[in-house]
Design a protein around this ligand. Structure first.
Ligand SMILES: C[S@@+](CC[C@H](N)C(=O)[O-])C[C@H]1O[C@@H](n2cnc3c(N)ncnc32)[C@H](O)[C@@H]1O
Length: 276
């Protein structure tokens, strides 16, 4: 869980701060950072970089950057986002309030991921499906080509993707954060089988309060794994792996992610794609 001081938590909860509820609902930055580091340790060709640099594209509050630099005293991170409010929120509430000693190892860029930022990171990641807002092949290929160009030699690009029959029908997934006493919904409002355009929202309801609808809204294309794979290859990535969470004896996720070769179809799935 993203580290935010208890005093700050109380204030953010009292005013309904949308970023606070975002990082405590759909994001697990500490878990993602550990998984990315595991992927790098598994897939890096040759000795690991002395100063492993991870670039978080579409970083929002950059919660993942703050977690990445906690993994080692030489870890470095670059976060890029168009939204200055989200970047500033991360600085105010995750960085400053948590007394991170490693802030000089994070660089935040208020800009477009499609611009050339010349940072030569060892890994670029675009998580929480942020690249889905690119709806046509030309734009997505351009983004993958720019990642390939930006990455250092042997660098890794990590994306996540979701799918499954449930996502092709309007529906709402209800989840509860009991510790923080709120419920949230991942709501698929619309899916178009021809264009694969999908409109989703996140709603929140704090105990004893009215429902807050459409706090975050996304207008995306639901890309399929074969389409993403083809575009990555066209952009110059030679090796592509797929990682998924294993299941426990009840059929629930066991928290252990591993490379997979094929996936049995299920109602919903989330897969990480690692390209190099
Ligand atoms: C779904 S949020 C993802 C936040 C975070 N990466 C996460 O894992 O939850 C998408 C973010 O992408 C940013 N964004 C959209 N288009 C962008 C672009 N072309 N360049 C940089 N950031 C962009 C938005 O400002 C928003 O903060």
């Amino acid at each position: 869980m993203t580290a935010i001081k208890a005093s700050s938590k109380a204030r953010l909860k009292s005013i309904f701060d949308k970023y606070f509820y975002y990082v405590h609902s759909v994001q697990s930055a500490d878990h993602d950072a550990s998984l990315l580091w595991k992927m790098m340790r598994n897939l890096w060709k040759g000795p690991l970089p002395k100063q492993p640099c991870m670039q978080e594209d579409f970083c929002g509050t950059a919660a993942l950057c703050y977690e990445w630099v906690k993994l080692g005293q030489n870890h470095r991170a670059v976060g890029i986002d168009l939204d200055s409010d989200a970047l500033a929120w991360g600085v105010e509430h995750i960085a400053k309030e948590s007394n991170y000693k490693s802030l000089d190892r994070i660089e935040l860029i208020h800009g477009d991921v499609l611009s050339d930022h010349k940072k030569k990171p060892h890994m670029i990641c675009a998580l929480n499906f942020s690249y889905f807002f690119m709806k046509d092949r030309t734009t997505l290929k351009k983004y993958f080509q720019s990642c390939k160009k930006t990455l250092s030699r042997n660098g890794l690009l990590v994306l996540d993707a979701f799918g499954g029959p449930d996502y092709q029908l309007p529906h709402s997934d209800r989840r509860r954060n009991s510790e923080m006493k709120f419920t949230y919904w991942w709501d698929v409002e619309q899916f178009d089988a021809i264009s694969h355009e999908i409109k989703c929202h996140i709603h929140f309801k704090r105990d004893g309060e009215a429902l807050r609808k459409n706090v975050f809204s996304y207008d995306w294309r639901l890309w399929t794994i074969p389409e993403i794979t083809d575009l990555l290859k066209e952009a110059g990535f030679k090796s592509i792996e797929y990682w998924a969470e294993g299941l426990d004896k009840h059929g629930d996720g066991n928290g252990v992610f591993k490379p997979i070769r094929s996936e049995r179809e299920c109602q919903t799935w989330v897969i990480y794609i690692v390209a190099s």
